[in-house]
Ligand binder design. Structure first.
Ligand code: BES
Ligand code: ZN
Ligand code: ZN
Length: 503
């Protein structure tokens, strides 16, 4: 789909799009239509029980003596609620309606609108961004269905009529690479685990070199040498070699310390010897979504040439069952030197992150570290699929993350961390155990997981995002079809853009 911004009115578009606020108040662009056609719109909308809410669209065929015009009316909701994220949702709904109508070339007339704090050009760029995000799909493994052309999306050209062509193009120029980053994350997360495993994922990340990202791949020999006994214990039962991939985007000043993003990349999580029940185990192909989001973010930052030094470090392992798998009760030594008694091999994400966090702060001395992980089922119990959990040792960083979440509609909810929770991880025979046991067994599961990670963070500002409930959608959303969401890419791109880019 080609997206353009232009002040030239299109010749013979298949449809023209106009907006309508709640209570069916049409946006100004209705006046650009032929007078006779305009008159018939209110009745036509009423017939479809259209109310102008976000999420509603009405496809109208209007005719007068000289010809017919297809008009798609898109609901805008209440004027005072119109922010950038709402315009993205509107763009998503617009795309869905155009997919149904099978139009090929469409002209969007929404130039009179602007989101809170944005110019109209920027606003239109967000509508386009939403449409683009909704347009992603994956049919790589649909051999039979792909042959039927009728199932493919017909829409080829979406042009936005605007008097602020330059501003719109500039704004979209920084959003389109973010969409590419989201798509990269979704593509990786969608892949089945027989195709995407540590080595093949590392290969995919190597492709970011084309965009100027420096990519290093560390194999098991190097990880042994570094002393990553915690991370390596997770991959012991797998035939696939564990990897750590380090991605660096240096778009800032040489002297500036980087910002760091760390991802859990368990390419499949059987639970290990503490085996998961079979129902739904297939979901565990997305247990690398944290690493997927970090990779997507690096692609977005490089794609839009962000003026920041950023590192992305992902720990890639497969948690399998075999004669060489880690047993419950085994004790391992992490890169930090601290020992861990592994009481449950299914609490493996924290074992991976422990070493990757330590490695990242040790090597890069970053300004801050944010890690993303599908870490606990308990976060789904607490927050469902509405918010990701935020755990942090730093209020300022948390505030920035919460705000970015609101701006991008990738919402976060902060949980507490404390000495009392930390103590629950003390082990009888090692420095710590990887789960809580006894009377504390199932209590505060997401917090104790965060608490475990904090034992591998020194003084650096750090935040952990538990995205187990957000990485995969069971139903369609306005800017995302069901399946992999790419959650985190937009949020963290916004964090960097708003706070960490020099001019
Ligand atoms: N990968 C899972 C968490 C998960 C659950 C992600 C559901 C996505 C959807 C994680 O490795 C895990 O198994 N966690 C255990 C921890 C427990 C053993 C302390 C859990 O949540 O049950
Ligand atoms: Zn697990
Ligand atoms: Zn896991």
């Amino acid at each position: 789909m080609q997206i353009t911004f232009t002040k030239e009115v299109s010749k013979n578009p298949d449809s023209v799009v106009i907006g309508c606020f709640d209570k069916n108040v049409l946006a100004d662009e209705v006046k650009t239509l032929d007078k006779d056609l305009q008159k018939s719109i209110p009745d036509a909308l009423e017939q479809q029980r259209f109310r102008g809410n976000v999420g509603e669209t009405a496809s109208l065929t209007l005719a007068n003596g000289t010809g017919a015009l297809r008009v798609l009316v898109v609901g805008l909701g209440k004027k005072e609620d119109l922010d950038a994220a709402t315009f993205e949702r509107i763009g998503g709904h617009l795309f869905s309606a155009l997919k149904r109508s099978r139009d090929e070339a469409v002209e969007v007339r929404l130039d009179s609108l602007n989101a809170k704090g944005l110019e109209s050009g920027e606003t239109l760029a967000h509508v386009a961004f939403g449409a683009q995000l909704k347009g992603w799909y994956s049919d790589k493994y649909k051999v039979k269905k792909k042959l039927k052309k009728a199932d493919a999306v017909a829409l080829k050209k979406l042009s936005f009529l605007t008097s602020s062509e330059k501003e719109a193009k500039a704004a979209f120029g920084t959003l389109a690479p973010v969409a590419e980053g989201v798509f990269f994350a979704r593509d990786l997360v969608t892949e089945p685990a027989n195709v995407l495993y540590p080595e093949t994922m590392a290969k995919r990340l190597k492709e970011l070199e084309k965009l100027g990202v420096k990519v290093e791949v560390l194999g098991e020999k190097e990880l042994e040498k570094l002393g990553m006994g915690s991370l390596l214990s997770v991959g012991r039962g797998s035939d696939r070699e564990s990897k750590v991939v380090v991605m660096q985007w240096n778009g800032g000043k040489a002297k500036d310390a980087p910002v760091a993003f760390i991802g859990k990349g368990v390419t499949f999580d059987t639970g290990g010897i503490s085996l998961k029940p079979p129902g739904g185990m297939w979901d565990m192909k997305y247990d690398m979504a944290g690493a997927g989001a970090v990779s997507g973010l690096m692609k977005a930052l490089a794609g839009r040439k962000a003026k920041v030094n950023a590192v992305g470090v992902v720990g890639l392992v497969e948690n399998m069952v075999s004669g060489s798998a880690t047993r419950p009760g085994d004790v391992v030594t992490s890169m930090s030197g601290q020992t861990i008694e592994i009481l449950n091999t299914d609490a493996e994400g924290r074992l991976v992150l422990a070493d990757v966090l330590w490695y990242t702060q040790d090597r890069f001395k970053p300004q801050f570290m944010v890690n993303l992980a599908t870490l606990t089922g308990a976060i789904l119990v607490a927050l469902g699929s509405e918010y990701a959990g935020l755990f942090s040792n730093n209020d300022a960083l948390s505030q920035k993350l919460l705000k970015s979440g609101e701006k991008t509609a990738e919402l976060l909810w902060r949980f507490p961390l404390s000495k009392a929770f930390d103590k629950m991880l003390d082990s009888d025979i090692a420095d710590m155990k990887n789960i809580t046991t006894g009377l504390n067994g199932r209590k505060a599961g997401s917090i104790t997981a965060g608490q475990f990670l904090q034992r591998f963070v020194n003084d650096v500002p750090w935040a952990h995002l538990d995205i187990a409930g957000m990485a995969w959608a069971d139903v369609d959303f306005p800017t995302c079809a069901r399946g992999a969401t790419g959650f985190g890419v937009r949020l963290l791109n916004n964090l960097v853009r708003d706070h960490y880019e020099g001019s």
